[in-house]
Design a protein around this ligand. Structure first.
Ligand code: PLP
Length: 413
């Protein structure tokens, strides 16, 4: 017998398995509404124009140090810029802003997934939460990441299927009555994946109030800053609101991804920020030291290429303005495609109500299609989306949207 003859089966990642099936499909009509990646009107990947400028500049400069190791915590300038983007600090800081910055321990990570992981590993080791509260539904990897740390997972309701909107009452009732002091509450900073529905500002304030009063530990996952509304400030509103609460200031975490908002999916650029309550100024440096200990043992440091691009763009006003234009291009194309799909479904008089397609935000629409309908879309029409009915809107183009709407109309009838 071999050493691994009793190995348990491991779950297949639905998103990547579906993507594989899409790539292998030879039908010319195929449409990929599965994986969450931006595509152009020509259904092509898009290196952002700001990113291309930096890449050309890097190529011209031919810096011999460009492949050197970073520090364990990562590139310090990148980290400052990433933190300032997330929390809304200006580069010329006031004394009070400097004090706020000192509450935060930041490290570079292997993109957003790595930030979620490093945060979960640190909390599991040093904070030892009894439970982590994850929305139903959520990005499936949240389960995997926290399960691997051995923290018991609990779920709070998030989606009201009857209205295709945020189940505010369900969420706050559960957190109010069942979550206990020291539990971690996982929150999507904006553009909730997979539902595309976010709390309103008033609802965020209530969630913050519950976390603060019940001493729950907020853990924000921010994977779509600037990509959702087109404004990086608007998309960070909830994180900044929690951060700026006083009496007492809250401890919290933020996992920050640059995959979607910089189109750097495979480059794995990200950061993890642990916010202390500020009572003890030596705490954040010590947190960072402990985070570095975990990082060194796992992968030594985050990768350099993507973070150096993000650093160059965020640190230069002209490139940053160009990036803002890139965000507008991506977010507005997605909004146009939501509208186009909605208009087609209305034109076809497809049974059901489809307003949610235009009301939801970010990369995804939680369509309300059933598993059976999703499987039929795949087998009959070569249209790929997740079994939950989550569709990545950026897979739609002016050319395929009528075909997709017609297919949805057929499977729904
Ligand atoms: N968190 C959420 C909610 C996501 O949707 C994603 C990507 O799909 C991520 C985190 C992490 O992505 P990455 O590791 O590519 O930054």
């Amino acid at each position: 017998a071999s050493s691994f003859s009793n190995l348990p089966d491991a779950p297949v990642d639905e998103i990547f398995a579906l993507n594989h099936a899409y790539v292998a499909d030879t039908d010319a009509r195929k449409v990929n509404l599965g994986i969450g990646v931006y595509r152009t009107e020509e259904d092509q990947p898009w290196p952002l124009s700001s990113v291309r400028l930096v890449e050309e500049e890097m190529y011209r400069q031919d810096d011999p140090a460009r492949h050197e190791y970073l520090a364990i915590e990562g590139d310090l300038t990148f980290l400052d810029l990433a933190r300032d983007l997330m929390f809304g600090f200006s580069s010329a800081s006031s004394d009070s802003e400097n004090k706020s910055k000192q509450r935060i321990a930041s490290v570079q990570t292997v993109s957003g997934t790595g930030a979620n992981h490093v945060g979960a590993a640190f909390l599991a080791q040093h904070f030892k939460p009894k439970h982590v509260w994850v929305s139903t539904p959520s990005w499936a990897n949240h389960q995997t990441i926290w399960d691997l740390q051995g923290i018991e997972r609990k779920s709070y309701p998030y989606f009201d299927a009857s209205t295709c909107s945020f189940d505010f009452n369900g969420a706050i009732t559960t957190l109010e009555s069942e979550a206990a002091e020291g539990d971690v509450v996982l929150l999507h900073a904006c553009a909730h994946n997979p539902t595309g529905v976010d709390p309103t500002k008033e609802q965020w304030k209530k969630i913050a109030e519950i976390c603060q009063r019940k001493r729950l530990f907020p853990f924000f996952d921010s994977a779509y800053q600037g990509f959702a509304s087109g404004s990086a400030d608007e998309d960070a509103w909830a994180v900044r609101y929690f951060f700026n609460l006083t009496s007492p200031p809250m401890e919290m975490c933020v996992a920050q991804s640059f995959s979607k908002n910089f189109g750097l999916y495979g480059q794995r650029a990200g950061a993890f920020h642990l916010v202390t309550n500020g009572a003890n100024p030596s705490e954040a440096p010590l947190v960072r030291k402990n985070l570095c200990h975990i990082i060194r043992g796992e992968y030594s440091m985050g990768p350099r290429y993507g973070s150096s691009i993000v650093k160059r763009i965020l640190g230069d006003s002209a490139l940053r303005a160009q990036w803002q234009d890139d965000l507008t291009i991506m977010s507005s194309r997605i909004k146009r495609m939501r509208q186009a799909l909605y208009d087609e479904l209305v034109r076809l008089k497809t049974p059901g109500s489809w307003e949610h397609v235009i009301n939801q935000i970010g990369m995804f629409s939680y369509t309300g299609l059933t598993v059976k309908q999703v499987l039929e879309l795949k087998s009959e029409f070569h249209i790929y989306l997740l079994k939950s009915g989550r569709a990545s809107i950026s897979g739609l183009t002016e050319k395929n949207v009528a075909y997709v709407a017609q297919a949805i109309d057929t499977v729904v009838r």
